[in-house]
Design a protein around this ligand. Structure first.
Ligand code: FES
Length: 267
């Protein structure tokens, strides 16, 4: 038997469906507004170039003990590129090291100012560990294995370069606790609360309050061309990020600037 629907009821029903559809349609954009999507990209492979975006950075051209800054893997995550040399001009081969995810501070000066890092000095990382998790940082690249890069965003509370920067040998940091740690330079030090890291031993913590090492930016060096590429991040997640590729990643070439941030983060 056919059911007869009065015209007035039919219009009411139609109106109700319309309201539900309209409200339902507003939900996804509302959710996207309240909870913005996390854009997770691929880890880029990016060549280091100078700020003209064309000239490759050659490993042999880098000045020793100088802060070079570049952005990687995101357009808002700066890093420090270093080439370690002793004050009398000897390259310091930076060894592979197992770095604990969290640690107490070593409370000692950096290990490499005499020109090398020995096995005993590497073992400090295990002794100060407070974590069962270790990262393997592969060490330095280039002809002498003395070129390395770390995140320039401090793992304590996120102060970026230039608050966090490298002080070359002979340039004392602002006072550290204990004072001898930064007295001869050769450390990465954060002005915000005094954390210091050893660049030749996987950026382990030398002075508190930080308890985490700096993320290691994995570099590749092409011995045929002497050119450098940033290819990965190892270690803790860059401070302030949900993941190391959550956001806008850099392109295939990234500009490098000496003792300052590059004018643009990517080419
Ligand atoms: S943010 Fe670097 S020591 Fe606190």
């Amino acid at each position: 038997m056919a059911v007869r629907v009065r015209r007035r009821d039919f219009l009411k029903l139609l109106g109700g469906v319309g309201v539900v559809a309209a409200v339902g349609g507003m939900v996804p954009p509302l959710v996207r507004y309240v909870v913005p999507p996390v854009l997770k990209g691929e880890m880029p492979r990016s060549q280091l170039v100078w700020e003209d975006c064309r000239t490759p950075v050659k490993a042999s051209e880098l000045k020793p003990n100088t802060n070079y800054i570049f952005y990687y893997p995101l357009v808002d995550t700066p890093n420090i590129l270093l080439k370690l040399e002793t004050p009398d001009g000897r390259p310091v081969r930076i060894p592979e090291i197992k770095v604990p995810a969290t640690m107490n501070a070593a409370l000692e000066p950096p290990a490499w100012l005499d020109g090398s890092v020995d096995q005993e000095e590497l073992k400090v990382a295990e002794r100060i560990s407070t974590s069962p998790t270790f990262y393997t940082y592969p060490g330095g690249v280039g002809k002498d294995g003395n070129i390395i890069a770390y995140s320039a965003i401090c793992q304590h509370l996120g102060c970026p370069y230039p608050a966090l920067k490298y002080y070359p040998p002979g340039t004392p940091t602002p006072p550290t606790n204990p004072p001898e740690v930064g007295a001869r330079g050769g450390v990465m030090h954060c002005l915000c609360h005094g954390s210091a890291y050893d660049p030749a031993r996987g950026a382990i913590v030398l002075t508190p309050p930080t308890v985490k090492p700096q993320p290691y930016i994995k570099l590749e060096w092409d011995p045929a061309t002497d050119e450098l590429y940033a290819v990965d991040v190892i270690g803790p997640t860059i401070l302030g990020k949900v993941c190391n590729t959550c956001g806008k990643t850099v392109g295939p070439r990234i500009p490098v600037a000496e003792e300052r941030e590059p004018e643009k983060p990517t080419c």
